[in-house]
Design a protein around this ligand. Structure first.
Ligand code: FE2
Length: 213
């Protein structure tokens, strides 16, 4: 039996032309944009791997054949946490997405475990979440890199620099959070030299809160 990895991603917005103007996505052609993300996805996700998509999967959902074809080209067993672009005008999951072969029925929130940690997944960022006071983590999307996480939470959308259009693992996504915690702990202890060493390795990312997308 092969080893199964879990990956997380959000806000791919496949086929969403307006994303190329609203976000700093380095594409002029939406087809190139989509193909690049398919390549990034399949470069890291194996056929039996698991992928949690945290919403805003694609635009032009009425183009059923295009969405179905795209979905079938993406490796892995896929779960969807519903985003605001994944629903119809009444707020129900769009029928095109509902008909795809997700591993389980798409939900607005999902509680799971990874790396021995509790993990809460939702499209929208939360200020608190299940077991947050007992060390659980929270991944979200929607904000396209403009809403910094609080505590053990973070945006896992494709526009965040260290996500970079690619599904990422729990270990990869939480590395910065744990390093920051380590830094604070060491600083509290007065271990200034160790704290500065960690600071040197911290990613230089300072997203600004902005309009919702
Ligand atoms: Fe989005």
């Amino acid at each position: 039996m092969s080893f199964v990895n879990k990956h997380y991603i959000s806000d791919t917005h496949f086929g969403h032309q307006r994303m190329l103007d609203m976000q700093p996505r380095p594409f002029t052609d939406i087809h190139d944009h989509d193909e690049w993300m398919v390549t990034c996805w399949n470069d890291v996700v194996g056929r039996d791997d698991i992928v949690f998509h945290l919403g805003d999967f694609a635009a032009r959902l009425h183009e059923t054949d295009r969405i179905r074809s795209l979905f079938s080209r993406l490796n892995g067993r896929k779960y969807l946490v519903i985003g605001n672009h994944d629903v119809d005008k009444k707020g129900a999951l769009h029928p095109t997405l509902a008909a795809l072969a997700w591993e389980s029925r798409p939900e607005h929130g999902l509680r799971t475990k990874d790396g021995g940690h509790d993990l809460w997944l939702s499209h929208y960022a939360a200020r608190t979440w299940p077991s947050s006071h007992h060390g659980s983590f929270h991944f979200y999307g929607h904000s396209h890199g403009r809403l910094p996480g609080v505590g053990r939470s973070r945006d896992v959308g494709v526009d965040v620099p260290d996500v970079d259009f690619t599904p990422r693992t729990f270990a990869y996504l939480t590395r910065g959070i744990l390093e920051t915690e380590n830094l604070k702990m060491r600083a509290t202890r007065g271990d200034v030299d160790a704290a500065l060493a960690i600071l040197d390795r911290a990613p230089d990312v300072e997203p600004d809160p902005g309009d919702e997308l």
